[in-house]
Design a protein around this ligand. Sequence first.
Ligand SMILES: Cc1ncc(COP(=O)(O)O)c(C=O)c1O
Length: 346
Amino acid sequence: MRIVDLRSDTVTSPTPAMRDAIYRAELGDDVFGEDPTVNRLEQMAADRVGKEAALLVASGTMGNLVCVLSHCARGEEVILGDQSHTFFYEAGGMSALGGIHPHTVRNQPDGTMWLEDIEAAIRGHNVHFPRTRLICLENTHNRCGGAVLRPEYMDAVAGLAKDHSLSVHLDGARVFNAAVALGIDVQELTRSVDSLSFCLSKGLSAPVGSVVCGSSEFIAEARRTRKVLGGGMRQAGIIAAAGVVALQQMVDRVAEDHKNARQLAEGIAQIRGLSIDPAKVQTNIIYFEIATDRLAPEKLVTELGKRGIKLLCLGPSRLRMVTHSGISSEDIDLALAALAEVMVKI
Ligand SMILES: Cc1ncc(COP(=O)(O)O)c(C=O)c1O
């Protein structure tokens, strides 16, 4: 049976070109700065997003944590969205390991936080308050359905941050999806942030790794923070080799994932008992609801699983599907046929 795995774009496997690059990678000890493949990836990544320097890390979670710990000291505060990945899904790392205080602001359905809400969350000078140090944005926004933040919005947040002497970090796990969806150079989305982390191992299909980017000074500090977290890897060129191929070959093709996601959303909108607004699907993540109480979402997941279709249940009636390089247009047809078959029986 063909398995159509729509749980996440993290399920992607390395391409043949990546496996070949991994096999041939020139290696050295990266803690001594001597792995030529890591150095090449870091330079490529920095150039691509328009920053001075970059640092390979093990994961998106580590990338965000390294950045937050590098920007903030104990007792300082980070403003971030109440639906952000960093707040929801990163095991409270900033407080657990850094003594850093998360201050959440409501995420709007389009992934933004209103500027007035951010401004209201910035602390004044008062001995009772933590000190605000950083604002975090997420683009694309995972829990807001892969929503794309536009460059003008990002610049406006950065302007506000500057007025209050704060820094801005971008969780850009899928920032290339955002750039491709908007049809712009990724640098328009990165120009105003002080640091960002993007993932090699999601839509770009590399097996492991994320890259943190920023000024040379910031990356020197981030390198030290990565070491503290046990993330100083040695012959990491094995990982970086796939990352180089990811940046060279896998960025533009995410447009196909976005097209497949729209096809999926439009199909779901036609199925009785399911609810989605296809117009809201901008990139490769779709959320839909079960609009009947005759079917529990867990049951839908089980029934689809029997038909080879995998998806995630992320709430009492909320389900998620994510398209990626392992999913073709024919797979979308299979998923829609299975959904229609299950829904017609209830
Ligand atoms: C927006 C966002 N940020 C960060 C991460 C964390 O990445 P990782 O799973 O590599 O730790 C994810 C993972 O799905 C994500 O969606």
